[in-house]
Ligand binder design. Structure first.
Ligand SMILES: C[S@@+](CC[C@H](N)C(=O)[O-])C[C@H]1O[C@@H](n2cnc3c(N)ncnc32)[C@H](O)[C@@H]1O
Length: 244
């Protein structure tokens, strides 16, 4: 167990995002739960329920990409051996502390989610929570997830999304683009990170566009669930069986 460092590819965007997460790491969990009124915990539980049958298969292994401080990795590890992967060392250190505290046997690996140091088809479940949007090329991230899944394996992508109910959508937009950056800056000390959050969500594909992207990569039976009116969405897609 413990963090296993491997080489991390760095380009401009990746390096910028990585130092941003390193800067906010000490306040990340607190802000996550406070700004979402703790709803993020429920979202991760929902995700785990949607992959639980795959995790209960004999010998199943899960990979949690962009695991950050390992909240989701910990939940997955209650059902199957889990590897959490992230390229930001300070986030992983916090995750490793939690894993030790909760006496779980999740492993953490320091690596780039676009260049994962594991063989094709190793995992029954690959998850990515609030990470895909941060990748240099989200489509390349989906291709990497597909590569890592074994046939009949399942991908789960949890990400901020776009509320669709008119009045709620407008109120939420105000909160997300005006209020949240100020609260985030006051608590984390980073003006960039909590402006980057709404900017990156608005630049990311919406629910239906993400379905199309996953289908284009090859996932089958792609579907999504709106969470809290579409503030976030969970997309599920399967890698097809080899047997036709
Ligand atoms: C918003 S946090 C999400 C953390 C966690 N999954 C959660 O649910 O709280 C995004 C994480 O993605 C990681 N990340 C972003 N780009 C990455 C990349 N190319 N490779 C590995 N990790 C990356 C960041 O370091 C950060 O820990």
């Amino acid at each position: 167990m413990g963090i296993q460092p491997t080489s991390v590819g760095v380009n401009d965007k990746a390096a910028r995002i990585r130092s941003m997460f390193a800067e906010i790491a000490p306040r990340y969990d607190f802000l996550n739960h406070a700004l979402s009124l703790n709803i993020d915990r429920r979202w991760r539980r929902f995700l785990v329920n949607k992959v639980a049958d795959r995790l209960r298969r004999p010998g199943a292994i899960a990979l949690d990409l962009c695991c950050g401080t390992a909240d989701l990795s910990l939940k997955l590890s209650a059902l199957a051996p889990t590897i959490g992967l992230d390229y930001c060392h300070p986030m992983l250190e916090l995750g490793a502390k939690k894993i030790r505290r909760e006496r779980r046997s999740a492993e953490l690996v320091e690596a780039d989610a676009l260049n994962v140091p594991f063989a094709d088809g190793m995992f029954d479940v690959v998850t990515i929570a609030f990470g895909l949007r941060n990748l240099e090329e989200p489509e390349a991230g989906l291709r990497e997830i597909y590569r890592l899944l074994r046939p009949e394996g399942r991908a789960a992508v949890l990400e901020f999304s776009r509320p669709k109910i008119p009045i709620f959508r407008d109120l939420y937009h105000l909160y997300f683009t005006r209020l949240l950056p100020r609260i985030g800056k006051a608590i984390s000390g980073s003006s960039y990170a909590y402006q980057y959050l709404p900017d990156s969500v608005l630049a990311f594909p919406d629910q239906r566009e993400l379905v199309s992207l996953m289908q284009a990569v090859g996932f089958s039976d792609v579907r999504y669930y709106n969470l809290f009116g579409g503030v976030a969405s969970l997309h599920i897609g399967d890698r097809q069986s080899d047997k036709l």
